[in-house]
Design a binder for this molecule. Structure first.
Ligand code: HEM
Ligand SMILES: *[C@@H]1O[C@H](CO)[C@@H](O)[C@H](O)[C@H]1NC(C)=O
Length: 341
């Protein structure tokens, strides 16, 4: 199957042959070079912020009210939806694969370790998809709905705004093993975190900026138990507070929740980084970002410079949204985000 950019090359090649006699070989060489450079630069250039401006002009105003009403009934939902986008993008790109339900003949990603009893917000995505299908049937992918919903969630919780690149199509496959291997667990060391992000083309700095998403939302006791009972790089009174609602023995209170940002878990700000500087990161992996390592200085910077955090977070979100999209005639536009057409 040919992607849009490959098709462009085929048609260019045709033009090349017809104009060949008129052109000097030097001109043709530089044209060819320009083409190669254009092609190299276009690996994610297929996504664009105005992708649906003709085919679904009211897309943004259809999505936003549904997110807004979900967040006004439960503020945590904004965090849950932002996380869905991350878990989608890290497994074969941002292709809506996470949204597919398991069936007797299909294995999805929802039962992978990072998602089981943890990923939530799928019913909100269904509501948005239903509203979007009503406005523009068969046009907008679930992968793009997730990208818009993640942005809207950040904005509604007080974070920065940005223009979302669109044009992704939906996968007809999912990868349970990809979800288990690519999404780092909360027990990760700094070098593991860096390498999991690097495998997705994201730098250590981008990893730190994206981790600032933990300024909103909640984690289960099972995700931070080992940290509060065994880590030594933790503030004593914070530790005591967290232990009071998370028993040390596995199987007890596993699903008890604690905020990832103890100060303002429903506002998107830079308090997450202030916590890290004070050894009050909830997850072992969080505190790894400020533990006398290479990422300490960036954490310090974000803890005192919220506008630098905002602009770096936005840039990194756009880059994460560019991971291996299906475009052109690849994949499909799912009718129901939970199943392939
Ligand atoms: C750096 C590596 C990361 C690790 C190890 C990690 C791990 C985790 C864990 C263990 C939880 C709690 C899950 C539970 O106990 O049910 C969580 C929650 C969350 N994560 Fe991450 N995460 C990482 C990066 C990210 C990124 C890049 C984003 C988004 C850009 C993100 C957004 C969130 C949000 C918003 C929540 C709260 C979800 C809710 O309340 O429903 N995380 N993460
Ligand atoms: C703490 O570490 C010890 C020794 O490795 C281990 O046996 C114990 O299960 C750990 N506790 C928690 C709560 O993870």
């Amino acid at each position: 199957m040919l992607s849009t950019s490959q098709l462009n090359i085929v048609s260019f090649h045709h033009t090349y042959l017809t104009i060949r006699d008129m052109a000097s070989s030097t001109t043709m060489a530089s044209l060819a070079l320009a083409l190669v450079l254009l092609f190299l630069g276009s690996s994610s250039a297929q996504l664009s912020t105005n992708f649906y401006s003709k085919t679904c002009p009211n897309l943004f105003s259809t999505v936003q009210p549904v997110i807004q009403s979900a967040i006004s009934s439960e503020k945590r939902m904004g965090a849950s939806i932002l996380r869905l986008f991350f878990h989608d993008c890290f497994v074969n790109g941002c292709d809506g694969s996470l949204l597919l339900d398991d069936t007797s003949s299909f294995t999805g990603e929802k039962t992978a370790n990072p998602n089981r009893n943890s990923a939530r917000g799928f019913d909100v995505i269904d509501k948005i998809k239903a509203a979007v299908e009503k406005a523009c049937p068969g046009v907008v992918s679930c992968a793009d709905i997730l990208a818009i919903s993640a942005r809207d969630s950040v904005v509604l919780l007080g974070g920065p705004n940005w223009n979302v690149k669109l044009g992704r199509r939906d996968a007809r496959t999912a990868s349970l093993s990809g979800a288990n291997n690519n999404i780092p667990p909360p027990t990760s060391s700094l070098s593991n975190l860096i390498s999991k992000f690097s495998a997705q083309g994201l730098s250590a700095n981008e990893m730190v900026a994206l981790s600032g998403a933990h300024t909103i939302g909640q984690a289960r006791c099972t995700s931070f138990r080992a940290r509060i009972y065994n880590d030594t790089n933790i503030d004593g009174s914070f530790d005591k507070t967290r232990r009071s609602n998370c028993p040390s023995t596995s199987g007890n209170g596993d699903n008890n929740l604690a905020p990832l940002d103890l100060q303002t878990p429903t506002s998107f700000d830079n308090d997450y980084f202030k916590n890290l500087v004070n050894q009050k990161g909830l997850l072992h992996s969080d505190q790894q970002l400020f533990n006398k390592g290479s990422t300490d200085s960036l954490v310090s910077t974000y803890s005192t410079n919220p506008s630098k955090f905002s602009s770096d977070f936005v840039a990194a979100m756009i880059k994460m949204g560019d991971i291996s999209p299906l475009t052109g005639s690849q994949g499909e536009i799912r009718k129901n985000c939970r199943k392939i057409n």
